[in-house]
Design a protein around this ligand. Structure first.
Ligand code: ADP
Length: 193
């Protein structure tokens, strides 16, 4: 199995590049942002709680996201591997993922982090907000909060995978094809090992 963690700040291109990775490598895409938005839009009580957090640019509790990931991994027993997109976002989630995969004799193969500076992120998210309809993409204060939350709570996840020798940084600036070329090179290298 190839289990990829695609990592990076909000707006770094994780979702877009995940589509390219699926097309080339046939992995199952597991985006916690997509799963949470689906729950949010369902109008359930849980969905309303999630909405409050997401729309303000804050993280949803670890246990809730972990539950969703577990369910979706269990539902894809035949997968050749997963792309974890937007997960793990805290070191607690990263440790949980290691344990969950270990229970099935699996592990994270590689963590690819898309490197994009904060100014570029702000511009990209505002552009996306014009078409995405996402409330959290349309307000500059909320975008700034998401970037701050990333630096404070999510960036430490890099050290977690670095310590395991699984962290690879990819320059996320350039055309979609250029960035995907860098991602493919890194994945192909990991597959040869
Ligand atoms: P982006 O990368 O543009 O921020 P996502 O779709 O990955 O978009 O996430 C949107 C929002 O969903 C986050 O700001 C956060 O509120 C919530 N979220 C997504 N994944 C997680 C996670 N692993 N843990 C906690 N909250 C999450």
């Amino acid at each position: 199995m190839f289990n990829l963690v695609i990592f990076g700040p909000p707006g770094s291109g994780k979702g877009t590049q995940s589509e390219n990775i699926i097309n080339k490598y046939g992995l199952v895409h597991l985006s916690t942002g997509d799963l949470l938005r689906a729950e949010k839009n369902s109008g359930s009580e849980l969905g309303n709680k999630i909405k409050e957090l997401i729309d303000n640019g804050n993280l949803v509790p670890d246990s809730l996201v972990e539950e969703m990931v577990k369910k979706n991994v269990a539902n894809n027993k035949e997968a050749a591997g997963f792309i974890f997109d937007g997960f793990p976002r805290t070191t607690t989630q990263a440790a949980w993922l290691d344990n969950m995969l270990a229970e099935q004799g699996q592990s994270v193969t590689q963590m690819l982090a898309l490197d994009v500076d904060d100014n570029e992120l702000r511009n990209r998210i505002l552009e996306r907000g014009k078409v995405s309809g996402r409330a959290d993409d349309q307000d500059e204060n909320i975008i700034n909060n998401r970037i701050a939350v990333y630096h404070k709570q999510t960036q430490p996840v890099i050290d977690f995978y670095s310590a395991q020798g699984k962290f690879v940084s990819v320059d996320g600036i350039g055309s979609l094809d250029d960035v995907f070329g860098r991602i493919s090179d890194a994945m192909d290298k990991a597959m040869q090992n």
